[in-house]
Design a protein around this ligand. Structure first.
Ligand code: MN
Length: 212
């Protein structure tokens, strides 16, 4: 009798732990085929449903019985290392990436953001050129960011793997995903073409909201 009750309690505990997922996969704010031809439906399905979801699922798995359970994603990114950091940052980075894209975006920055870009890069075209160059010269997998430092200056930050400027005390404004999974279906090895095309889907309204 006693072992049966114990087994029942253990099953309940296991079930409870397995369903205690802290973070949920965010749906795309547009249809899977909405960013074509720059980003195909197939790429978005793999990128969102397999890669991004995979990071969120793994993060939830790693948080079970972790001292980081219950902390915000940003807190985990700033203070953790190893697999927990990698999956937390990749979850955050992808939500930030998908959220800044739109089928009919605001095609240019305006107002205070435009002024800051002109001040720190000369022009929006020059900013894009420098980010494109950073994306094509980043060795291996990673992210190229436009971020604001504590003094209010804008800078381009290249990060390997899951790297995020939050770790440097900077505020991320815009990011380019240069992992091969972001472009290989549509562009094969042509990372430069993939990045150049993505600018057509960057919603500067969203970037302005992040800056202001
Ligand atoms: Mn990605």
């Amino acid at each position: 009798m006693y072992p049966i009750i114990l087994s029942f309690i253990l099953i309940l505990m296991t079930t409870d732990t397995a369903t205690a997922t802290q973070f949920t996969v965010r749906e795309l704010p547009y249809a899977y085929d909405a960013l074509a031809p720059q980003v195909s439906e197939e790429t978005l399905r793999f990128h969102h449903d397999k890669h991004y979801k995979g990071y969120v699922d793994k993060l939830n798995e790693l948080l079970v019985d972790s001292p980081y359970a219950g902390r915000t994603l940003e807190e985990i990114i700033i203070s953790s290392d190893g697999p927990l950091f990698n999956n937390a940052a990749q979850a955050w980075n992808h939500e930030f990436y998908f959220d800044q894209l739109a089928p009919t975006p605001q095609t240019h920055p305006t107002g205070a953001l435009k002024e800051a870009i002109d001040r720190d890069f000369g022009s929006v075209d020059e900013l894009k050129a420098q980010m494109n160059k950073a994306a094509t010269t980043l060795f291996g997998s990673g992210w190229v960011w436009l971020a604001e430092d504590k003094s209010g200056n804008l800078a381009i930050v290249s990060e390997q793997n899951a790297g995020n400027p939050l770790r440097r005390g900077m505020k991320p404004l815009l990011c380019l995903d240069v992992w091969e999974h972001a472009y290989y279906i549509d562009y094969r090895n042509r990372r430069a073409d993939a990045v150049a095309a993505l600018w057509d889907n960057i919603d500067w309204k969203k970037v302005e909201e992040r800056y202001n």
